[in-house]
Design a protein around this ligand. Sequence first.
Ligand code: GRF
Length: 211
Amino acid sequence: MCVSKVGRLVVLVSGSGTNLQALLDASADPSYGARVVAVGADREGIEGLVRASKAGIPTFVEKVGDYATRTEWDVAIAARISAYEPDLVVSAGFMKILGKPTLQAFPLLNTHPALLPSFPGAHGVRDALAHGVKVTGCTVMLADEGVDTGPIVAQEAVPVLPDDDEAVLHERIKTVERRLLVEIVGRMAREGWTVSGRSVRIGNHTGGEST
Ligand code: GRF
């Protein structure tokens, strides 16, 4: 798979949208190389949508419950995303697995608050704490049809401290996660990237073929 540069970002959110905000802030500088052209969500009434509106970015909401089948939702959200012609879709705290209609049309970047392949799924922070690990972290990866199973783009470690609860640890991780996500999206935008099997390489993009 050979992918060139990113300019247009569609960001998907389900919650507070602090990762979205970090991308919005970074892309205010034209030299960042990418800009958020739309924000999508799977629910209404979330801070992430408010952040988008405040920034003057168009939004859309597609709720799974509004469709008879998950497949219909997959097709509907892919169509909404497609309308904004993104170069990259960023799942930034979006709590749904996207299906083939989106995955086959666009590269999809995801962020997760644990060091994959440890602690995938919706409770990565809670599961790491319950396991008693001393180091956890965050992972930025390309999404596939699995739960946090796609090729890893970047990771960064975060210490677990003795008195951490889930909220405290998650906030420490998110501070790192936001910086890493902004850095990786910006580098992908400016330098291009290639994927070969499970190996993702940013930069040194020759425009040649890869698998
Ligand atoms: C992030 O830690 C993300 O990895 C996880 O949920 C959190 C979303 O935070 N899936 P926010 O909505 O960007 O503030």
